[in-house]
Design a protein around this ligand. Structure first.
Ligand SMILES: [Fe+2]
Length: 263
């Protein structure tokens, strides 16, 4: 049967067929595009998945590397402390006291972390001090004490010229942790704020831990007695601001002390 235009009455089946053909082409082309888009989307999802996996693997590798790095530091420190009466627990307590004080002094989180990791290395220079002096039970002569004092400069030399921020902080700590606020410390006799803040923090934490720990020549002092000594040394041995922050947070300090108990 012939299809006619209602107005013209003429047959235009060819025209209709052409429209139908064009429409089919457009439909097929759209279908093809959609298919390609779907494949692209699936590929993107796969890339994102792979990327996520790679990031997770990298993070795990980074964490493992950091743990190995910190473990190496810890063992190096133990090697130095092994010669001394100090124990691994002293290192752990000290580092946590220091990090707590640094945090309460509102230092940036990254610096607090650096101090936590660097503090254990403060006495690493003891590796260069003869055992006969470090373990001497009696009182040291002035000459012997002068030799002991060199552990700060020896430590700084061992830790010098590192690209690692943690080791840079550790070098600063090793060199300055026996300086005193009044300028009567060693090795440089620095006073006040000329002493790096990390050295002032470690200096206080180190003394507090020594006072409250057992030594061959003394029993541990009670916290109250150690606190009294520290109060007396405010502005003398110790930075007054660091002492204030330490005293304000003494409960947390004692909590750390109780958590890390010598075997
Ligand atoms: Fe020291």
């Amino acid at each position: 049967m012939e299809i006619k235009n209602p107005q013209t009455g003429s047959a235009d089946i060819d025209q209709l067929q052409k429209y139908a053909q064009d429409l089919a082409e457009v439909y097929n082309s759209e279908k093809e595009k959609r298919k390609k888009l779907q494949i692209s989307e699936q590929q993107l999802v796969k890339y994102a998945d792979d990327l996520n996996k790679t990031i997770l693997e990298l993070k795990a590798a980074h964490k493992e590397l950091q743990e190995a790095y910190l473990d190496t530091i810890y063992r190096l420190v133990l090697a130095a402390e092994y010669k001394d009466e100090d124990t691994g627990d002293h290192i752990k307590r000290m580092s946590r006291y220091c990090a707590l004080i640094a945090e309460k002094l509102e230092l940036p989180a990254k610096e607090v972390q650096n101090i936590l990791y660097a503090a254990p290395m403060h006495d690493v220079g003891k590796i260069g001090i003869p055992d006969s002096l470090l373990l001497k039970p009696g009182k040291l002569t002035d000459e012997e004490f002068d030799i002991i004092k060199t552990h700060s400069t020896i430590g700084a030399k061992i830790l010098a010229h590192s690209k690692s921020k943690i080791l840079q902080v550790a070098e600063q700590i090793a060199l300055s942790h026996h300086e005193k606020w009044n300028g009567k410390g060693y090795p440089q006799g620095l006073a006040g704020e000329n002493i790096p803040l990390v050295g002032r923090i470690i200096g206080l934490a180190d003394v507090f831990d020594a006072l409250t720990s057992k030594r061959p020549y003394k029993d541990p002092f009670p916290v109250e007695k150690a606190v009294d000594i520290i109060k007396q040394e405010r502005g003398e041995h110790f930075d007054p601001d660091v002492v204030d922050v330490f005293l304000e947070n003494i409960d947390e300090i004692v909590k750390i002390k109780e958590e890390v108990v010598s075997a």
